[in-house]
Design a protein around this ligand. Structure first.
Ligand SMILES: Nc1nc2c(ncn2[C@@H]2O[C@H](COP(=O)(O)OP(=O)(O)OP(=O)(O)O)[C@@H](O)[C@H]2O)c(=O)[nH]1
Ligand SMILES: [Mg+2]
Length: 193
């Protein structure tokens, strides 16, 4: 598989695939879709209202003022033969009813986690594991700090054996591309196993 490059022009008959970017509240899903998308990403951000007070824990993400209420959407050309559409889920529990629709027909998923708040991404791991959708776990290193080793995180999340787990910076295009390519390799491996 070729590496994703924003200068790559897809051929007219390029295959298309859907990848879901999921994870708990405020782990960086919207940031991830926006940083890698080659089109202006569609966002559905609303201000975090007083209703969220006491429901959504902003510890560690104090600068966050908006939240996704429907989805994020972006696109990346992986190679001349393949274009991937990215769908970011909302993270707040009250919007999880949308995850089934957003995941329908997906090749695979990125479960994004914040290593300081692993608990908020447990449900995302369960979601894809129970539906048999291949997924990778990307650990968003807020503040550039690695607070735990990747293998410790995999154990804490009780990941199925063989689930690729890697560190990333959701703000960095190259880092996100590496996550997506890891997922696509994992999807291919799962399909040919
Ligand atoms: N320092 C740092 N901040 C980040 C990083 N990724 C995201 N952020 C910030 O963290 C906050 C949450 O990011 P979002 O992309 O909105 O997270 P989300 O997962 O889409 O959030 P919800 O849709 O509300 O669940 C924002 O203020 C981002 O600017 C990162 O890698 N490092
Ligand atoms: Mg979001």
């Amino acid at each position: 598989m070729a590496s994703a490059d924003s200068r790559t022009v897809p051929s007219p008959d390029a295959a298309t695939g859907k990848i879901v970017v999921a994870g708990g509240f405020g782990v960086g899903k919207t940031t991830m879709v926006a940083s890698v998308s080659e089109i202006a990403p569609l966002r559905t951000e609303e201000l975090i209202t007083a209703t969220s007070a006491g429901v959504d824990d902003l510890a560690g993400i104090e600068g966050k003022s908006t939240t996704t209420v429907a989805m994020d959407f972006g696109r990346i050309t992986i190679s001349r033969d393949m274009v991937v559409y990215l769908f970011g889920t909302p993270g707040q529990n009250r919007f999880w009813f949308m995850w089934d629709d957003l995941s329908r027909g997906a090749l695979g998923a990125v479960v994004l986690v914040d290593a300081r708040r692993l608990d908020v991404s447990f449900a995302a791991v369960d979601f894809f594991e129970h539906r048999g959708i291949p997924f990778v776990v990307a650990v968003n290193c807020f503040d550039g700090r690695q607070v735990a080793r990747v293998d410790e995180i995999a154990t804490a999340l009780d990941l199925p054996p063989g689930t690729p787990t890697l560190l990333c910076d959701a703000r960095d295009r190259e880092s996100v591309k590496e996550v997506l390519l890891t997922l696509l390799h994992h999807v291919l491996k799962a399909a040919t196993a």
